[in-house]
Design a protein around this ligand. Structure first.
Ligand code: SF4
Length: 158
């Protein structure tokens, strides 16, 4: 079932009820959801596997627990660093990664890494071609040249 931002317009208490309903229906009928959302807490709660996308390209693909514990792609790291943590002690020490630069137009064909303009870890080779998705750990794939010597190429990012 394709669910495109199904809870984004709801307040938090209704969100929780709807998410629990999704889970109950999944258990009862053995459903699979393709769940599209921007809220990182919602994604963590509902997903078993997560694809992080930037400009329509998969930047990272992983099991949910692994992704939240060990984000690899600089974009995923920046996204997760921006998410509030519901523990005042940990939240106080949270270091936020602030991205600079503008998001490039998604309809412009690019021959380099799509995240190049905003990446604080970029290298010369990131300008030369697009990084393919490589499997760095079992079930954890990332499209970034920082990991290309550590993984097996799975899919070419077009
Ligand atoms: S390939 Fe390069 S520019 Fe792209 S995310 Fe990785 S380090 Fe950054």
């Amino acid at each position: 079932m394709l669910c495109d931002e199904p809870v984004s317009a709801l307040d938090v208490s209704i969100q929780a009820q709807i998410l629990n309903l999704f889970k109950d229906l999944q258990e009862e009928f053995g459903l699979t959801y393709l769940f599209i959302a921007h809220d990182l807490a919602v994604i963590e709660y509902i997903s078993t596997r997560v694809a992080v996308m930037y400009l329509g390209i998969i930047a990272e693909l992983s099991g949910s627990i692994d992704l939240y514990k060990n984000p690899l792609h600089p974009y995923t790291q920046a996204l997760l660093s921006a998410a509030p943590i519901p523990d005042p002690k940990v939240e106080k020490e949270r270091k936020r990664i602030i991205l600079t630069g503008d998001v490039p137009s998604p309809d412009k064909e690019r021959h380099c890494c799509y995240f190049y303009d905003r990446c604080w870890k970029r290298m010369d080779k990131c300008l030369e071609r697009k990084p393919a998705l490589v499997e760095v750990e079992t079930g954890h794939e990332v499209a970034c040249f920082l990991y290309h010597d550590k993984g097996v190429e799975t899919v070419k990012n077009a």
